[in-house]
Design a protein around this ligand. Structure first.
Ligand code: FEO
Length: 399
């Protein structure tokens, strides 16, 4: 049976939740599920904004049928062609053959790549600044390339101040009955998942997000309808502030994220002592074992904290495999503007410190603490001074 949520008198959420999916995009764990948002406007014309992943198509089509009732579907707006929002497009046009598809030229090409139906006859092409009006609403299309694919666009309804923001402002986590962010304690209960979503899905494309935020700053936004997670109608500025920071790779908080990869616990021991000594100086720390903690969580944490410490054993004359994978993943997400220190370990030829630095060296505006703490098998009391020097160097950077 249908499960819809009213957003306003004439706008209804017709999306669906998936709590069975283990790995979003095959790589990001979603222990609390994910929502695929789609919206229907019932004005003089009926307009569907995006579709959903094929995994939740049954309830999606029930939702559409329920909201439309006797009315036909006039338009489908495709903001983003990634299959989590477009996989049901072909079935949709089979069910509603009269519907026109509003999209841009890049989207049109992608529809042809993904599907075989004749889209040319249905397509209404739009570009930056084009306006589409229904009786009581006026939608302006704004191109948002690389937030998160090249064809992405958003639309702004100037009649209501509603921004249909595609992937921007989304979050991991299913909607559990609530549809508005102000129905939950978002900043307490959902911000970590929103950051994990942002950093991992869109984090690589900070300049593109900044460009979209700049365009959005000229709009009188009263509501944001993203393709994942909650609809925003209150305290929007606080969430936009987070996005401004994330997009600019500006740390949210002063503190040290320590990520380590340890084979027998000795590298971990060095990381623990560094963390304890930083805490003694009143500096916040968080710690992750990258062999255990999913990379998406650690990447999100790196986007949050100002200082990063990486500790790794040397393994096969390189970096321990889990740290090697993690650092390459982090660099691929374009981490920038951080102070970074390294701890290496190796029983006969420790080289992981130098190699870790080489991975992060191409990242922009990184301040590398010069001296790497080098451990041979296990940390010895004779190295306490050296370890304290590393801690002092990190602490000095907070002053
Ligand atoms: Fe939620 Fe880029 O798709």
């Amino acid at each position: 049976m249908y499960c819809t949520k009213k957003i306003t008198e004439d706008l209804t959420w017709v999306g669906a939740n998936d709590r069975r999916l283990a790995m979003f995009e095959g790589v990001y764990s979603v222990p609390d599920g994910v929502s695929y948002n789609s919206y229907i406007l019932k004005d003089d014309k009926t307009v569907l904004f995006d579709t959903v992943d094929k995994a939740v198509s049954k309830v999606f089509f029930e939702n559409i049928a329920h909201v439309l009732g006797e009315r036909k579907l006039d338009y489908i707006v495709v903001h983003h062609m990634e299959p989590d929002h477009s996989a049901t497009l072909e079935e949709l046009v089979c069910r509603y053959p009269e519907a026109k598809i509003i999209c841009n030229a890049k989207t049109l090409a992608m529809i042809k790549q993904f599907f075989d139906f004749n889209v040319e006859d249905k397509a209404v092409l739009v570009k930056e600044g084009d306006v589409f009006e229904t009786a009581n609403h006026k939608f302006t299309f704004i191109m948002a390339p690389m937030v998160h694919w090249p064809e992405v666009m958003v639309s702004f309804d100037s009649a209501t101040g509603t921004l249909f923001s595609a992937d921007a402002f989304g979050t991991f986590g299913a909607l559990n009955g609530a549809i508005f962010a102000d129905e939950v304690d978002f900043m307490r209960d959902y911000l970590d998942e929103a950051r994990r979503y942002y950093a991992n899905i869109v984090g690589k494309y900070g300049p593109s997000v900044t460009a979209l935020l700049k365009k959005a700053s000229a709009l009188d936004i009263k509501m944001i309808c993203p393709l994942h997670g909650f609809v925003w109608r209150e305290n929007i500025g606080a969430y936009i502030d987070k996005y401004l920071k994330w997009a600019a790779y500006t740390p949210e908080e002063n503190g040290v994220m320590i990520a380590y990869a340890s084979v027998y616990g000795n590298t971990e021991n060095a990381a623990e002592i560094v963390s304890a000594k930083l805490r003694d100086k009143g500096i916040k720390t968080v710690m992750y074992d990258v062999s255990v903690k999913p990379a998406s969580d650690v990447i999100a944490s790196a986007f949050k904290w100002s200082h990063l410490v990486f500790a790794s054993a040397t393994y096969n004359a390189g970096i321990f495999v889990k740290m090697d994978e993690f650092l390459r993943d982090l660099a691929a997400h374009n981490i920038q503007n951080r102070t970074v220190a390294f701890i290496e370990n190796g029983s006969w030829a420790p080289v992981s410190g130098k190699l870790m630095k080489e991975i992060l060296a191409p990242c922009k505006n990184m301040n590398f603490i010069e001296k790497t703490l080098s451990v041979k098998s296990s940390l010895k009391p004779s190295q306490e001074e050296e370890l304290c020097e590393l801690v002092e160097s990190i602490a000095a950077d907070f002053q």
